[in-house]
Ligand binder design. Structure first.
Ligand code: HEC
Length: 175
């Protein structure tokens, strides 16, 4: 094979590699065969946020970054341990506080998702601290609480924590 033929073959290979992923005739089940292997077909209309349906997945994506997968928090980032957080439910205003904290209200989750992830964390991460009986949160309640933002989170928490401690149910110390 002469040098000229080799150059031609290389050029053809490069052209195929560049054009490969967009060749519709090769697309199989949303994937396409390219010189680099099988790849997903690019979609201009792909959603930018993948829809998530499980409460645990909501927690992992939207809360665990600060609170940790087990809810133990992060002292360095001043995120309190959430594993006893159900104790807030034992004092007036505590039920509202758990929804009105900035991490929840600013999460970008809708009312139903906030109710879902809050119910999940109480049931799975703070299990032993939740009083019985306990009424799970619902979307309508979250919608109502959204309209009453906390003015001073630290002061609200301190007042609730003091009441809880007085009743024999101390919550994690503020950080
Ligand atoms: C950017 C970090 C961050 C994210 C993300 C975050 N939080 Fe928080 N969260 C905090 C901090 C810090 C506090 C302590 C109160 C405060 O300063 O806001 C807190 C407090 C709380 C509290 C009250 C517990 C206590 O002891 O004060 C609850 C309940 C809570 N978060 C739930 C959630 C849930 C549910 C999510 C996900 C939807 C979430 N948080 C996302 C940082 C975060």
């Amino acid at each position: 094979m002469g040098l000229q033929r080799i150059r031609q073959a290389m050029a053809a290979l490069c052209a195929f590699a560049l054009a490969g992923p967009t060749t519709p005739a090769l697309a199989v089940h949303g994937q396409t065969q390219t010189t680099l292997g099988r790849q997903v077909v690019l979609r201009a209309d792909a959603p930018s946020v993948s829809p998530v349906h499980s409460a645990r997945a909501l927690y992992v994506l939207h809360c665990a970054g600060c609170h940790g997968l087990d809810g133990s928090g992060a002292a360095a980032a001043r995120v309190p341990d959430m594993r006893q957080v159900g104790r807030f439910l034992r004092v007036p205003g505590g039920r509202e506080f758990l929804i009105q904290v900035p991490g929840v209200m600013g999460s970008g989750l809708d009312d139903a998702q906030v109710a879902q992830v809050s119910n999940w964390l109480l049931a799975h991460l703070a299990t032993d601290s939740v009083p019985s009986p306990h009424r799970p949160y619902e979307a309508a309640e979250v919608a109502r609480l959204r309209r009453q933002a906390l003015v001073d989170v630290g002061a609200a928490r301190a007042a609730l924590a003091q009441q809880a401690a007085e009743r024999g149910w101390p919550v994690a110390p503020a950080l």
